[in-house]
Design a protein around this ligand. Structure first.
Ligand SMILES: *[C@@H]1O[C@H](CO)[C@@H](O)[C@H](O)[C@H]1NC(C)=O
Ligand SMILES: *[C@@H]1O[C@H](CO)[C@@H](O)[C@H](O)[C@H]1NC(C)=O
Ligand SMILES: *[C@@H]1O[C@H](CO)[C@@H](O)[C@H](O)[C@H]1NC(C)=O
Ligand SMILES: *[C@@H]1O[C@H](CO)[C@@H](O)[C@H](O)[C@H]1NC(C)=O
Ligand SMILES: *[C@@H]1O[C@H](CO)[C@@H](O)[C@H](O)[C@H]1NC(C)=O
Ligand SMILES: *[C@@H]1O[C@H](CO)[C@@H](O)[C@H](O)[C@H]1NC(C)=O
Ligand SMILES: *[C@@H]1O[C@H](CO)[C@@H](O)[C@H](O)[C@H]1NC(C)=O
Length: 417
């Protein structure tokens, strides 16, 4: 529908006229020939408009009469101006706006008005040896230039995706024979099952709206003499939450959904999800089968000396307009900072001892977790991974030969208080 409405209705009319007039005026009668360079003449209201025409006559013709007449559906046929032998006889009613300057046959309309729309005929008659005449016709279309279109989006407060419909309407305050076209992000918007245009193309219905409809729309209004474009408008569409995720500093991440940090290290987590309006964020801690709300807002700061050794945290997002929510969970495990500092200074005997201690589940409180972790691999295996290569506890965690993870360590580590 939008496509058809945008086809230029003027060119087809002009083609038809061209054809008609060619047939009509190929012949000249006697010694007179009248020519007009353009059959369709476009005028702008308030501006001067020239209707060019030429004629040739035989040398022996003495009296030459040029006559312009006008014909329209509303006003019928009327004489505008006539000249005999360069002497002008303006029509008393129309003469003040129609000018002929013989010997030129061109007609000047100044200023042109909307009611000047119609068919004009120039007729040239000569009398000398014999009487002869010829005439041509032209079509004049007068238009008012289009003002800048204004687009309104309804409902103005916004539309909820998958639920609401939206209507964009385009209006111009000035302009005649205006046709409309819609652009989405600068590209022509085609009709689809969700995008329907009114028959005059002034309105675009989107039913239902989706997040994908969140774009800049512009309305282009044009007529045969002008074109004007609206400011882009982006309808307010409520959507989401989508793409929920939690981020922290990469060094804290052990694997998907598992983070670890040393005791005493400040750790932050940032929860994000795409939504309009912005989500309401809330954080929960899940430990010992208990879920405790801990904080509002997108960022969670953990004081790692105050949290359980292992806990699950949950970020919940809620879009209070779409009414949709989402949540994601991750595990945060506390590793003792001393691991990093002291690991390399210890002798293999230490690890063996540590293994034993951990099995007895009586590690000194300060060092819990360390012993158990480093003791998980057999001492011989550990020899392969231990040398200078290992810099921090994280290298051990990521070291495939170590056959263990911090997760396991902490699961078995004793509780501190
Ligand atoms: C009329 O004819 C003259 C001379 O042939 C030419 O210069 C002029 O452009 C023509 N005007 C129109 C309106 O055809
Ligand atoms: C028009 O002009 C021609 C020659 O220029 C002259 O012979 C003729 O008489 C004139 N006709 C009128 C009506 O003045
Ligand atoms: C668009 O319309 C405004 C007035 O509404 C006018 O000032 C401006 O010149 C027009 N632009 C074009 C390209 O016609
Ligand atoms: C959206 O338009 C459809 C028809 O296109 C209609 O059935 C539905 O009720 C409209 N929804 C709302 C919320 O107005
Ligand atoms: C609309 O265009 C403006 C300016 O180019 C841009 O900043 C904005 O993000 C666009 N809005 C949408 C929804 O594409
Ligand atoms: C909905 O959430 C937004 C963004 O968080 C907030 O500004 C607004 O006040 C909330 N509205 C209601 C009705 O709760
Ligand atoms: C947590 O709940 C599960 C099943 O609901 C139960 O098997 C487990 O013993 C509980 N753990 C604690 C520490 O309460």
């Amino acid at each position: 529908m939008g496509h058809d409405a945008f086809m230029d209705p003027f060119s087809s009319k002009a083609h038809f006229l061209l054809y008609e007039i060619c047939i009509l005026t190929i012949g000249s009668y006697g010694d007179v020939t009248v020519t007009v360079p353009n059959i369709l003449i476009l005028g702008t209201v308030g501006q001067p408009l020239l209707l060019p025409a030429n004629y040739t006559t035989g040398t022996k013709d003495h009296n030459i009469q040029i006559t312009w007449t006008f014909q329209s559906q509303s006003s019928g046929s009327m004489l505008l101006v006539t000249a005999v032998n360069n002497t002008l006889t303006p029509d008393m009613e129309h003469g003040h706006r129609f000018f002929l300057s013989p010997p030129s046959a061109s007609l000047l309309i100044n200023p042109v008005e909307l009611r000047d729309d119609g068919e004009y005929t120039i007729k040239v008659t000569v009398s000398g040896m014999k009487l002869a005449s010829a005439s041509r016709q032209l079509i004049v279309q007068v238009n008012v230039p289009v003002s800048k279109p204004v687009v309104r989006s309804d409902p103005a407060w916004g539309a909820v995706e998958y639920v609401d419909n939206a209507t964009l309407s385009c209006t111009v305050t000035r302009g005649t024979k205006v046709i409309y076209q819609w652009l989405k992000d600068g590209k022509p918007l085609l009709p689809s099952s969700r995008h329907i245009f009114s028959s005059d193309n002034k309105m675009l219905f989107i039913s239902p709206v989706l997040k994908d409809d969140l774009s800049n729309y512009t309305c282009v209004a044009k007529n045969p003499i002008s074109m004007n474009e609206s400011e882009p408008i982006a309808p307010n569409i409520y959507y989401g939450p989508y793409d929920l995720m939690v981020k922290s500093e990469p060094r804290f991440k052990v694997s998907e959904g598992v983070f670890t940090a040393g005791k005493g290290e400040p750790v932050w987590f940032k929860c994000s999800a795409n939504s309009n309006p912005p989500n309401v964020y809330s954080w929960f801690q899940k430990a010992d089968n208990k879920t405790t709300p801990i904080q509002w807002g997108p960022v969670l700061n953990i004081k790692s000396e105050k949290v359980p050794d292992k806990a699950d945290y949950m970020c919940c997002v809620y879009n209070n307009i779409t009414g949709k929510r989402d949540e994601t969970q991750f595990t945060f495990i506390l590793s003792a900072t001393v691991i990093k500092e002291e690991l390399y200074h210890r002798s293999p005997a230490y690890y063996t001892q540590a293994h034993q201690v951990s099995e007895e589940r009586e590690p000194p409180v300060d060092d819990y977790g360390i012993y158990e972790f480093v003791a998980v691999p057999e001492p011989t295996q550990f020899q392969q991974v231990r040398p200078e290569k290992l810099k921090t506890v994280y290298d051990i965690i990521r070291e495939p030969n170590a056959h263990t993870t911090v997760y396991e360590v902490i699961c078995h580590s004793p509780k501190t208080s």
